[in-house]
Design a protein around this ligand. Structure first.
Ligand code: LRH
Ligand code: MN
Length: 400
């Protein structure tokens, strides 16, 4: 460990402990073939079934030590025996994490699902989400993670207030079915696939809905779902202050919802997000201990398992740097209105090379200090490429 770190006043052991306890959920859909509306390129050995996705996720957990849960998406991962899925995951050292309903691939959802003018379509959508609640209970998951694709494409196409009222009514029916201890995370996105209005377009709309529903409802921040220039760290502070930050879907983007590897384009933004969380934690914010950290990416041209490991490393790097912020110096420079000193305190932490620290963390977990090398040396990806036979897919996500 280099001298620069040793001089840090911060108790290294505490930092190592926090990094080891910091777990990241990987998405089942990140292991399968996915693409854009233009093409899905098949990756040799890409997982096709839930069990293959879990096996790949177990490999990510094996080399990183911090990915014990996998998010599932229904019906992409629909199974008829959830007990055996739970046992299979357990056998791999994993558990099923958040359950994601899919209200964007049924023909009847062309003009919406929970917001649709036709109450039969709304009921069909509500029933699907209630089925997902039962699946979550069957696999001991305590998170229902809901994203709605719906909105309108033209002004006047539908009543925006009418859609909002129908959305709330549908969410209330879902909330009423939530068992104690299960959280409903409401994900927002400013556009796509709707191109005039989106019914859950921003954090404020999701927060208002969550507050109307009750304490088990919170907001999910997908880092790719904001207009260019949005200050996501500030959104995080607001949601933490309202005790409504349920979790993240981490990924990165240059333009729109690109779903690229988190921290690959905006690592400083990711650092600032963690800085706000740790800062709130330093002031005993109750929400900080209940944030679900999840990855939501689609790996269209890169090796999927390695991309997931790289994503975990990028998140750990940003988190470790944020843990190294000298909060005493930061607070005093802020109270002294020393405009640039506060920035320099963050910059000092951000420019700290934390690779030796992360290697130390892994060594203490009995892991290879370099997970990418460990993954490549395992030969796992080559083995599954030999074992798994390809299934042709058309475009976008499965079933699109
Ligand atoms: C929508 C989204 C949502 C999902 C999907 C896989 O863009 O972020 O979280 O369900 O991606
Ligand atoms: Mn998402």
């Amino acid at each position: 460990m280099n001298d620069q770190l040793r001089n840090q006043t911060i108790a290294m052991d505490a930092v190592v402990g926090k990094i080891q306890q910091f777990t990241i959920e990987t998405p089942s859909w990140g292991y399968g073939d996915s693409g854009t509306r233009f093409k899905v390129f098949h990756w040799p050995g890409a997982a096709r079934t839930l069990r293959e996705k879990l096996a790949d996720a177990a490999q990510v957990n094996a080399v990183t030590g911090v990915c014990p849960s996998v998010a599932i998406h229904i019906p992409w991962d629909l199974e008829d025996d959830w007990r055996s899925v739970k046992d299979y995951a357990h056998g791999l050292g994993l558990r099923i994490g958040s359950v994601n309903p899919n209200l964007f691939q049924e023909e009847s959802y062309r003009l919406g699902s929970l917001c649709h003018t036709d109450k039969h379509v709304r009921q069909r959508a509500i029933d699907h989400v209630l089925e997902c609640i039962q699946i979550a209970q069957a696999v001991d998951s305590d998170i229902l993670s809901l994203w709605l694709a719906e909105g309108t494409n033209y002004p006047g196409q539908d009543s925006l207030r009418g859609r909002r009222h129908r959305l709330l009514e549908s969410l209330q029916a879902i909330y009423a079915a939530l068992p104690a201890g299960m959280r409903l995370l409401i994900e927002y996105k400013f556009f796509e696939p709707a191109f005039y209005s989106t019914d859950l377009p921003d954090w404020g709309t999701s927060l208002l809905m969550a507050q109307k529903l009750g304490p088990q409802a919170q907001v999910l921040v997908d880092t790719g779902h904001h207009p260019q220039g949005t200050n996501i760290p500030q959104i995080v502070t607001q949601l933490l202050d309202e005790d409504r930050l349920g979790g993240f879907h981490f990924n990165d983007r240059k333009y729109a919802d690109d779903d690229l590897i988190v921290g690959s384009l905006n690592p400083f933004e990711l650092f600032c997000i963690f800085n706000e969380i740790i800062d709130a934690g330093a002031e005993e914010n109750p929400n900080v201990g209940r944030i679900a950290y999840m990855i939501d990416q689609s790996h269209n041209i890169e090796p999927k398992i390695e991309a997931m490991v790289q994503s975990v490393l990028n998140i750990q790097t940003a988190y470790a740097k944020a843990l190294l912020v000298d909060r005493v110096a930061l607070r005093s420079s802020q109270e002294a209105s020393d405009v640039l000193e506060g920035y320099r305190v963050l910059q000092a932490a951000y420019e700290t090379d934390v690779r030796p620290l992360l290697a130390e963390v892994r060594a203490r977990q009995g892991l290879d200090p370099d997970p990418i090398t460990a993954l490549r040396n395992s030969g796992y990806a080559d083995r599954v490429a030999r074992e798994r036979v390809a299934v042709a897919t058309a475009s976008g996500y499965p079933g699109a």
